[in-house]
Every structure is written in structure tokens, then in C-alpha cells.
Design a protein around this ligand. Sequence first.
Ligand code: CMC
Length: 428
Amino acid sequence: MSKDSLTITDNRTGKTYDVPIENGTIPAIALRKIKKDETDFGLMTYDPAFMNTAACKSSITYIDGDRGILDYRGYPIEVLAEEASFLEVSYLLIYGDLPNARELELWEHEIKMHTYVHENLKGFMEGFRYDAHPMSMLVSTVSAMSSFYPEAKDIEDGENRNKQIVRLLAKMPTIAGWSYRHRRGLPYVYPDNDLSYCGNFLSMIRKFSEPKFQPDPILERALDVLFILHADHEQNCSTTAVRGVGSSKADPYTAVSAAAGALSGPLHGGANEAVLVMLREIGDKSRVPEFIKKVKTGEGRLMGFGHRVYKSYDPRAKAIKKLSEQVFEVTGKNPLLEIALELERIALEDEYFVQRRLYPNVDFYSGLIYESMQFPTDMFTVLFAIPRAAGWLAQWLELVNDPEQKISRPRQVYVGPARREYVPIQKR
Ligand code: CMC
């Protein structure tokens, strides 16, 4: 018997089974052999919210939640945030290695050549209600893209897949920028392909009558760093959505729009918006202890704190806290920062948070930066979605190329009524 195995004794039958251990996991399907009798379906695991289930093998992102480590393709996030650009990191996530100078040049050129969208897609966006949430517009418009590029359905063709990846990455800032302009009743600004990825995005947000928009280089770089920090985070809720939908061989626009929908929830990408709402509600540093008391008695959560995986300080939050100082030098200090710092100080010393290992996550400080850069709160999740598209596409590509993957189809434990007689409506 191999040492890398698990011996299970079924006390119902007295039989023992050997199950192989590989990469710290056992294949769940091996449990199916464990049966009470021949008619039994076999054992399954019960794991609501996938608390302890690996659903794929991945070589994209590594997280050690206990030690606060996050690596993309083996490179520490802190190093990438310091040294690389967002498009360089996107290439790394999608293709597995850092590009050389020529590859990066070609990649940036490809992306820039695809920033414009079909005029009818613009017309589609113009049809949204004046007060539509930008995230709703983004989710629906990305989904609508599959009707503009029907060839995207051919996901078996590598070249075709690549074309859709470039299109999606290139057009996300355009759609995001226009969702902002639409909400404010402002004319949409066409992409400026002389600018960088983030510079162009800022132009589509900020430009008015000036012939050429020039982004502030510090804010442009800050946004690029924020994009790097948000680009991937392995098997979170939205990545699970992109993989789940992608597993049916739906086209990438449909899969990415499903992921963006998952990201919009307040427990996932919507948390940065929720943090700002919370900080405004608290209103003053002196009211922080009272707020913490409420959280501890179960009246709401301290938004931007806690994580399913990180049980120490989220490395992204650390980098963002540092970045905020550079941004505030340009924009002036955000008055809500005082409240956030006080919340963090008290929470990190409080037994409730210490015991549950709740630390600031990526969303705790990012909202303050976005707000200081004059993004309204309803744009925060959109700012998360633009760079996360790189991670979703990398994960989608990995899924499509993985021979071990099939259509996603979890099992359930049925706890409803046993079969019963249908009673006609007159007799009920
Ligand atoms: N404030 C107060 N208590 C909390 C918090 C919080 N932010 N987060 C967790 N807890 C408590 C929770 O009440 C529970 O306590 P008890 O054991 O007494 O019932 C314990 O900590 C474990 O919480 P959980 O809900 O079982 O943990 P989870 O892994 O299911 O949830 C989470 C993770 C991120 C959804 C949760 O921590 C949360 O709701 N945080 C606030 C929202 C937030 O900031 N989300 C952004 C996540 S980071 C962005 C991303 O990567 O998507």
C-alpha cells in the first residue's frame, strides 16, 4: 500500500478502502466506491460554499492565507506592483510567462488596436435608464458582446480564443468608462490610443472639451498598480462563475459577464463600495467604538475586513495602504481616512477580530483611493472588474485547455418530501 494514501473504514459494513493522496487532496470520486450495499449510490462529500474542495488544478495564482502571500505565476504581488505594468501582468497571467520587450510591445499594440467598440454596442448602452448602476451596465454590455462576435462560440480554436481575449481586455475600459459617462448624462468619450491602458481609461472618464486629455502621471500609475493588485485571486466566487459557465463551452463574453455578475455582490467586489457607505455612516472618528460594539453584537459587519482565505493581513491591502499616501499627495487627504485608520487600529486589538483572525482585505483602503481620485462609489466595483477580466480570462483559458475538466455539475443532498400523490386543484 502506498504511504501517500488514506485508509478509510466504513463502520456500517466493516470494509476498509485505500484512497490515494495527491497534492494534499483525495479524489472525491474515489469515495463513490464506499457503499452500504450494492444498491447504494456511494459516498459523497457535503461541502456547501466549497469550504474545503479543490475543483481544479491551476498554475496561475498561489495564495498562502496564513502567511499573507499572493503570487502570480510564481512572482510575488509586491514585486509586480513595484516593477511591472498592468498589461505586462495580464500577459503573464494569460500566457504563463513575463513577456520580453518585443512581446510586450506587440501585446500593448494589439490591445490598443481593439479599444473601440461597435457603434451599435454604444447604442445598446445608450438604451440603459439614466440612473442604471454602472456595474449592471458593464455586466449586460459584456454579455451583449457575444452577439457582436458570434465566432467567439468556437472556443476549440486557439487563435479565435486569443482574439476574444484581446477584444475583451481592450474593450473593458471603454465599456466601463461609458457606463460612468452614461450615469452622469455625459457624452461618451472615444478611446485615445496614444495613451497607456490606464491613461486612456482616465481620458474616457474625465475628458471634456480639451483636444487632448493628459492624465496625472502619479494617478495613472496608481490606477495601474491597483489594476495589478486586483488582476487575479484564484478560485473566488467570480472565478468560480467564469469556470462554471465556461465549463459548458459557452463563449468567453457570456462566461466573463457571469463572473462580473458574481463580482457585483457586496460580499465580493461590492465590498469596497460598502466600505465607503460604512465610513460615511460612522461619520466621525469618535463614533468608531460604538460602531465596533454593534458589529460584535451581530448588527452588521465591518466591511473590508475578513477573508475566506487570508487569516492574516491581506498583502494587497498592505500595498494599497502604501499607495494611498502617494495618491493623497496629489489629491489631498481623504477625510474618511481618519475613520478607517481608527477602525483598523481598534479592530486589530479587539479580541473579537483577533480571535476570528479578521484583518483588512483589499477593499478596505481601495475605496478611499478611488474616492480621492473622484470616482463615485457606484464605480468602485467596475474598477475591480476591469483588471479582474485578465484573471477571469487566464482562468477560462486554463479551464478550456485542461483535459481533466468537464461540465461543472455539483451533487446535492436532497432533503425535500418523499414522492407523493398529486392532488387536483379542486381537492386542495
Ligand atoms: N465583520 C464582523 N465579523 C465578521 C466579519 C466582518 N467583516 N467577517 C467575518 N466575521 C465573523 C463572522 O460573523 C463569523 O463569526 P462567528 O464565528 O461568531 O459566527 C466569523 O467571523 C467567520 O465568518 P464567515 O462569514 O464564516 O467567514 P467567510 O469566510 O464565510 O466570509 C467574508 C468571508 C469576506 C465574506 C467575510 O469576512 C465578510 O463578510 N467580510 C466583509 C465583506 C468584505 O469585506 N468582503 C470583501 C472580501 S475581499 C474581496 C475579494 O477577494 O473578493
